[in-house]
Design a protein around this ligand. Structure first.
Ligand code: FAD
Ligand code: DHB
Length: 393
């Protein structure tokens, strides 16, 4: 078996693994990023779209924000829509002037992949980590199966940035790890359509039939979501049915119809919350979806992943440059505080906007929450600050 050595092995080339690799490489810390999928696959995977104020700044400060600054859409508000009426939450006005940036996750991924390949630092596609070993020793290592066969890489630290279904979180022994989990009785059907958005700002909508979200990617690309039952599949949703249902849920007197166009991407995502505690085991540090999942209603998943990376980068730098373990030792507790705040906010948004077809008491509570969010400046301020910059509360 071929043998390699580096300082940090990074498993996964999602936003978390790619940003960590880039930040470490800029500081001269050797690292290898391993990704089981192809470059084409990860660059086409359509997912998140909303970037928090502080996270946009992190991307820019890392030197990875040039195209995001040019093409990203800066938004100062969102709409809450219910009872066929829209109510604007003036995000920036309520959150110290801070905006959000609407820029697709796959664009962030493309920008980071390009930077990495330009730098010449190793990013190995179609290379799957199959084993993570020696985490409680000074010399951990991973085994990789790639296009050139099996490779063994020894290192000082392993960063598990490989999402929920990766190998990293499974490498923490069962008697050490605690996994908190909640599933929700709905999924999201998401589409990307070649249609000019009929809205300037995002619309989060609660309708008796279910949730709907109007988002966008550019002046010619709309990104829309429908809350659907968890057992539903894409073949039950023809284009016509999707557009009809979006129109039914989103229609108001001012916007009776949304702009339609060819659907170029579609998928159904189950809604879950997961928290893995602790986020560190010996020489393994988890970041992003490998450690936590939030339901997407709060737009927090990618933001949390990159916020973990900000902590992890500083912790690894202190350890590897100055032999100072303090930030590594507090990494898990520091991140988990923010993770639970994000879980709380994502649960709040999810429960407020997805009607419950079996429980009218719950529906009454949802409507009370929505009215409070639009009628109380204090409630709107908490929502806005959580949405725009989770660190600001
Ligand atoms: P991932 O992006 O999942 O990357 C992990 C990588 O590891 C993958 O490329 C995977 O192939 C690789 N991998 C796995 N196992 C191995 C292995 N054994 N060896 C090598 N490689 C491996 N978040 C937001 O902030 N805002 C939003 O608006 C938002 N909207 C969303 C909408 C939808 C429909 C979905 C599905 C998600 C949304 N999210 C949102 C969440 C966000 O997409 C994720 O939280 C984000 O992808 C997490 O990044 P990550 O780098 O931790 O993990
Ligand atoms: C998008 C996704 C989200 O989960 C969200 O809350 C807002 C926007 C998007 O894909 O644009």
């Amino acid at each position: 078996m071929k043998e390699l050595r580096t300082q940090v092995v990074i498993i996964g080339a999602g936003p978390a693994g790619l940003l960590l690799g880039h930040l470490l490489q800029r500081e001269g810390i050797d690292n290898i990023v391993l990704e089981r999928r192809s470059r084409e696959y990860i660059e086409k995977r359509v997912r998140a779209g909303v970037i928090e104020y502080g996270i946009a700044k992190l991307i820019e400060d890392a030197g990875a924000g040039e195209r995001m600054k040019r093409e990203g859409l800066v938004h100062h508000g969102v709409e809450l829509r219910f009872d066929h009426t829209s109510h604007r939450i003036p995000l920036s006005e309520l959150a110290d002037g801070k905006p959000i940036t609407v820029y697709g996750q796959q664009e962030v991924v493309k920008d980071l992949v390009a930077l990495r390949l330009d730098s010449g630092a190793p990013l190995l596609f179609e290379s799957e980590v199959t084993a993570v070993e020696g985490l409680t020793t000074d010399g951990p290592c991973v085994e990789v199966e790639g296009v050139d066969g099996k490779v063994r890489i020894s290192c000082e630290f392993v960063a598990g940035c490989d999402g929920t279904f990766g190998v990293a979180n499974k490498a923490i022994p069962k008697d050490v790890v605690r996994r908190y989990e909640r599933t929700y009785p709905f999924s999201w059907l998401g589409i990307l359509a070649e249609a000019a958005p009929a809205t300037e700002e995002l619309i989060y909508c609660r309708h008796e039939n279910g949730f709907a979200l109007y988002s966008l990617r550019s002046p010619t690309l709309s990104r829309l979501y429908l809350g659907v039952r968890p057992e539903e599949t894409l073949d039950q949703w023809s284009d016509e049915r999707i557009w009809d249902e979006l129109n039914t849920r989103l229609a108001t007197d001012e916007m009776p119809e949304i702009n339609q166009g060819p659907i170029i991407e579609r998928g159904i995502t189950a809604m879950r919350s997961i928290v893995v505690e602790p986020m560190r085991f010996g020489r393994l540090l988890l970041a992003g979806d490998a450690a936590h999942i939030v339901p997407p209603t709060g737009a927090k998943g990618m933001n949390l992943a990159l916020a973990d990376v900000r902590e992890l980068f500083h912790a690894l730098l202190a350890q590897l440059r100055s032999n100072d373990p303090r930030l590594i030792d507090t990494y898990s507790s520091t991140c988990l505080e923010r993770v639970w705040r994000a879980e709380e906010f994502s649960t709040y948004m999810t429960q407020m906007l997805h009607p419950n077809h079996e429980d009218d008491f719950e529906n009454g509570v949802q409507m009370a929450r929505l009215r409070q969010a639009i009628n109380s400046r204090e409630a709107a301020t908490v929502l806005a600050r959580n949405y725009v910059d989770l660190n600001s509360l």
